[in-house]
Design a protein around this ligand. Structure first.
Ligand SMILES: N[C@@H](CCC(=O)N[C@@H](CS)C(=O)NCC(=O)O)C(=O)O
Length: 276
């Protein structure tokens, strides 16, 4: 049986947290969604689907401008807003659709809890689980800043201040992660894989999405924040851990297509022939 249904724009590194954990724990997820620009034509609901003419007339459908990320009117059912009071995606639901789980880190926790029998990714005791939570919390603090930066880029509002704040946030995040991994190379918590590592990998993929905006960055004379040469030199343990996990078979089906698409956009903009 499907353990969770998730509605989101796709691909989305926030959802990858859940799909990677589900692959490791052997549980089934149902994913519904579409390209980011197409979600304005969807009904946001447990039974999410493309909007029909009738849906637009339904009295239980709330049509309001997006507050984060979509720049257009979104159509959400009252039931969706009861389950998801902040009205955001990714939006997960329990199998009956009554319980909404929001925030990608909480959706990740839900997958780990549902799949605990096959593989425990969420700590052996309250202390280990809480240390995993600590890494998830610092990841969310960083994620908030990277969201501000990526939205500013996509809305042509990026400037030196946002760029510098995001660069500082990444440096701070990676300083801690690198220190934690310096004597624990197989996992952030007690040297074994947990949802803290899955979240970390997906947040690095997320910030690397700045590469889709290379031309805007060039025009603003701003450098990539996700500059692998610089990051490798300063945060050796963290970046090695990132690469090792990206190569694992449970991670690569989600990560490899996104990362190779982003590299090819950046390479093309630099005039590099990808076949070389
Ligand atoms: N921290 C949240 C971020 C979720 C979020 O902000 N989603 C935005 C899209 S990037 C959204 O759903 N916006 C809906 C709206 O603007 O009404 C997570 O990790 O799930």
């Amino acid at each position: 049986m499907t353990a969770l249904r998730i509605f989101s724009y796709l691909p989305n590194p926030r959802i990858m947290k859940a799909t990677i954990a589900a692959r490791i724990c052997g549980i089934d997820l149902e994913i519904r969604g579409d390209k980011p620009k197409n979600l304005v034509d969807w009904l946001w609901d447990f039974e999410a689907h493309k909007l029909s003419k009738n849906d637009r007339k339904r009295v239980d459908v709330v049509a309001k401008p997006s507050h984060t990320g979509f720049n257009k009117t979104l159509h959400k059912t009252e039931n969706f807003l009861r389950a998801h009071p902040f009205g955001t995606v990714p939006a997960a639901f329990n199998p009956s659709g009554e319980t909404g789980i929001f925030e990608s880190n909480s959706i990740l926790r839900a997958v780990a809890r549902a799949g605990k029998e096959k593989c425990n990714l969420y700590g052996e005791d309250p202390y280990e689980s809480s240390r995993i939570d600590s890494f998830l919390d610092v990841s969310l603090i960083f994620a908030r800043q990277s969201q501000v930066y990526l939205l500013a880029l996509s809305q042509n509002k990026c400037n030196e201040v946002v760029h510098k704040e995001t660069s500082d946030a990444l440096n701070n995040y990676l300083t801690g992660m690198n220190r934690a991994l310096s004597d624990s190379s197989d996992g952030l918590v007690n040297n074994k894989l947990s949802i803290a590592d899955i979240c970390f990998v997906c947040e690095i993929c997320q910030i690397s999405r700045e590469r889709a905006h290379i031309e805007k960055l060039n025009k603003l004379n701003l450098a990539f924040i996700y500059d692998r040469k610089l990051l490798n030199a300063s945060f050796e343990h963290a970046m090695r851990h990132f690469d090792n996990l990206c190569d694992r078979r449970e991670f690569s089906p989600d990560i490899a297509p996104l990362m190779s698409k982003l590299s090819s956009i950046a390479d093309q903009a630099h005039g590099i022939d990808l076949k070389d």
